[in-house]
Design a protein around this ligand. Structure first.
Ligand code: GDP
Length: 419
């Protein structure tokens, strides 16, 4: 049998447009709810004098998660006949935007929920902008609550036009737009006879039609070092391969230290076998043929295709801080497993995500996007987001709080690596 693939999706949209309800429905309609859950839901809903309220599924998960001590506290799973899906983070979660920019949410695809009655709203635009900024290119739009507009094709066309116009104006495009009712289960796993005029895919078939991360295994090797373990005389460098692959005997280059060494052995978790080779998505430990002093934060590549070394980089970032971002201000940069202090050298452009107007200025308000140049005292190993989306992302921290995140551009900047 063909191997089942795992896909990460993110569900975005304005508050109350139906993200949680859609998740409840997706879980139910793909038989991914634990036994007894629906009855439990019906009972809770009935006590509150409601018909079954699908968004309660998420509340129930939330309650379980609050008690759980596992690491994957924000992930919900479902599967279709074809694939396994993980929904990254819960909508409405207060850390939602932060998780999105932090790249923990490196989604293969997104579902954007828009209320048929309300149409495109502020958060619809903001989330769409952020998806595009972060490089999520596979977007399914669902126009939800079609029951409230009597499954009117004219209203569906009108809201479809609103969201398509916005997406096109930022250089994105919906791949599919589906009229649904999360409450009624229309066009989610099966076609609804309430929308006879619609002949496109259901939500599930739209998802199943999206492709996975195209080709990250064949991109240049990037392995950010997460930890260094010392066993007797041995040192094991551990991390998750973000792109490319490595093989025993390969010569590795470490950035920013610019040291090189060859791989003596590979250990892969969780199986604990000793493979000859390992690829993107796998967590590995490697030992080297010589004793190098390297620490967490180094970025491993092959010698032929390294990141640039630079103290300066351009960025397009989404600002989440309560205080505005200012020229001259200092933040903590988190770049993969590396941390460094950076200063805002200049702000080239500020973009309003609602009106898409551009402006100049020396400070950036919360929820705006800006093109900036950042300076680090320490040399960093940097990838241009256009070349390597997995490693070309970063977040900014101020007082332990994520205040911004975005993507790196090295255009026009020299490589400071010493030959
Ligand atoms: P979220 O904030 O985007 O997660 O939205 P919720 O899933 O919590 O839904 C917000 C409200 O819209 C709740 O009262 C839902 O019952 C309601 N709702 C969700 N989907 C539908 C739908 O398809 N039809 C109708 N009439 N109401 C819906």
């Amino acid at each position: 049998a063909a191997e089942r693939s795992l896909h990460h999706i993110v569900i975005v949209g304005h508050v109350d447009h139906g993200k949680s309800s859609l998740i409840g429905r997706l879980l139910h309609d793909t038989n991914s709810l634990p036994p007894g859950k629906v009855e439990e839901l019906e009972a809770i809903s009935a006590r509150r004098g409601m018909e079954i309220e699908w968004s309660f599924v998420l509340d129930a998960f939330q309650a379980e998660r609050d008690q759980a001590v596992t690491i994957d506290t924000t992930q919900i799973w479902f599967n279709t006949a074809l694939r396994d899906y993980v929904i990254i983070d819960a909508p409405g979660h207060r850390e939602f935007l932060k998780n999105m920019v932090s790249g923990a949410a490196s989604a293969d695809a997104a579902i954007m929920v828009v209320d048929a009655e309300e149409g495109v709203r502020e958060q619809s635009r903001r989330h769409a902008y952020l998806l595009h900024l972060l490089g999520v290119r596979q977007i399914a739009v669902v126009i939800n609550k079609m029951d409230l507009v009597d499954f009117s094709q004219a209203r569906f066309d009108e809201v479809s036009r609103q969201i398509t116009e916005y997406l096109q104006s930022i250089g994105a495009a919906p791949m599919v737009i589906v009229p649904i009712s999360a409450r009624g289960g229309d066009n989610i796993a099966s076609r609804s006879d309430r929308s006879p005029w619609y002949d496109g895919p259901t939500v599930i078939s739209a998802l199943d039609g999206f492709h996975g991360h195209p080709g990250i295994g064949s991109q240049p090797l990037r392995l950010p070092i997460q930890d260094v373990y010392k066993f007797d005389a041995r040192r094991i460098l551990a991390g998750r391969i973000e792109s490319g692959s490595l093989t025993i005997g390969d010569t590795l280059l470490f950035s920013p230290s610019n040291k090189t060494a060859r791989i003596r052995s590979i250990e892969a978790w969780p199986d604990n076998n000793a493979p000859e080779t390992a690829a993107a998505g796998e967590s590995v430990g490697i030992t080297l043929d010589e004793q190098l002093f390297v620490e967490r934060g180094e970025l491993v590549s092959h010698v032929e295709n390294p990141p640039k070394l630079s103290t300066l980089f351009h960025a397009r970032l989404f600002w989440l801080g309560h205080n505005p971002l200012k020229v001259g201000a200092r933040y903590k940069l988190k770049l993969l497993t590396q941390e460094a202090e950076v200063t805002v050298k200049s702000i080239e452009r500020i973009i309003d995500t609602q009106t898409l107007e551009n402006s100049d200025g020396d400070s950036v308000e919360r929820n705006a996007v800006a093109e900036v140049t950042l300076h680090s005292r320490m040399v960093l190993g940097l990838d241009d987001y256009g070349d390597l989306p997995r490693t070309g992302r970063f977040v900014l921290i101020e007082d332990y709080d994520t205040v911004g995140g975005g993507v790196i551009s090295m255009e026009g900047l020299p490589d400071q690596r010493q030959a």
